[in-house]
Design a binder for this molecule. Structure first.
Ligand code: CMP
Length: 162
């Protein structure tokens, strides 16, 4: 009898992406990390690297380099270094776009109900989570936080449906 329960390899594996996600200080201090991560996991994304860390001011300035001329930059650096954050790499089809959709609009008052910020945030700087906004940004941000040896590839048991 033939075994027809073997996973069928994905035909469009080329669209598999990695993205960078951070549970910000407010998300950690409010105890929201688990429920935010569970939304990504439920969608089918795979956690392939993670670290709880305190961001230094130097790293914060590099991370938010594109905002360095903005009036909110000093507050942003102060906030992001104020307590530990959980940094993660998530992998899956269209991971960058999918995580952005799950998180909702940067401005929580514009974020739709059902999204992380639509359900869990009201303020702009403490808006629970940060995620890369494009594939090149994801590559840059992942390289700031993770080395190749930090990644732990594995198969999810539901891989064939993802
Ligand atoms: P994030 O996705 O981490 O990227 C930059 C962050 O700056 C953003 O989320 C907000 O938390 C924060 N921020 C503070 N003020 C503003 C602003 N006026 N416009 C956009 N982002 C802001």
């Amino acid at each position: 009898m033939s075994d027809n329960t073997q996973p069928v390899p994905s035909k469009d594996a080329a669209r598999k992406e990695r993205t960078f996600v951070m549970i910000k200080p407010d998300g950690m201090r409010r105890g929201l990390a688990g429920q935010v991560l569970s939304r990504y996991e439920a969608k089918g994304l795979k956690l392939v690297a993670a670290r709880l860390m305190r961001i230094s001011p130097e790293l914060a300035k590099r991370h938010y380099e594109e905002h360095k001329e903005k009036p909110f930059f000093p507050e942003l650096v102060r906030f992001i270094t104020s307590s530990p954050v959980l940094v993660m790499a998530l992998e899956g089809r269209n991971a960058v776009q999918v995580v952005r959709a799950i998180n909702g609009a940067t401005k929580p008052w514009e974020a739709l109900p059902g999204t992380v910020r639509g359900d869990l945030a009201l303020a702009l700087t403490p808006n629970v989570v940060h995620a890369s906004d494009s594939v090149p940004t994801a590559q840059r941000e992942l390289a700031l936080y993770f080395q190749e040896s930090d990644y732990h590839p594995y198969d999810r048991t539901d891989e064939e449906y993802l």
